[in-house]
Design a protein. Sequence first.
Length: 320
Amino acid sequence: MKQYSSVTGHQTLRIALSKLTTADPTGTYLFSGPAGVGKRTVAFETARYILCNGSRSDDCECASCKRFGKNHPDFLCIGQKDRVKVDDVDRLLEFSSVSPFLSSRKVAVIDNADTMTWEAGNRLLKTLEEPSAGFVYVVVSSNPSSVIPTVLGRCVKFVFSPLSQEEVIDVIWKKLGFDLPKARVLGWMAGSSDVFSRAGIYLKYRDMAVDFVTGAKERSLLDALDYVDKVEYGDMKVFMDMVVMVMTDVLLIKSGVSDIVNADLRDTLTKTAGTILINPYVVFLAHLTQAGRYSYLNVNLNLSLKNVLLKSYHLLARKV
């Protein structure tokens, strides 16, 4: 019986959940872990298997599996597009008051549970505490410490780990449809929770970073400062990280190392590597990296980057 074949990573959890789905469960379960690791996908797949009237496998063609994802009468998801409010909980309570129709069980997924209001959580508490036989509730959260403690205490917990860099690359390449070289670039951002939803944005800033670095020797300081203003305010850390990545690749090429992140732009970066002096380049890179480290303090990174340019741009633009 093959299950969770569409899910990348989480092998240990998938084995545990496969056992759960074949045991006719009742109760409340918490799926927690970083954003973007597939918790909601696994929650939906788990729900499909629990509701299945056939083999409970990925290729099952029973009436329930065919209906899943198409307004299945025994499945409900709340909180997927907005915070969980009292009205959402009222829908869930109404859903829970009706016996299964197509399957032998009913499943409700409570997505983004950390956004649940106290009033909504209190209304939901009794249902989660004493679920009716055949009812399963899956609570999904990227920030379980913000879930109402009384709700959290009613859950059996499944903790999702971050995807590895290779797993991120696999998702971006095979599931999102980016070519492999670009998927490898995005895999470098594996620690970013929104790398899947903003993959196109990241690649845009990668291309801007390449232009910024490779064109530095032909760009004045004033033009460089203006260039920074092209970056959306909330994306400045992404742009700075991309500049660091591109400059690191240039230094690696200069040092004779062939294994770089931006392999699809090797020729362009190799030309730039032939025009730089290593020591000034390293000093500028150190200044830029140091400025990026203060992002967690909610500082103005636009001003931080401009300050680096004012002090050190001559090092990046220095010609051999």
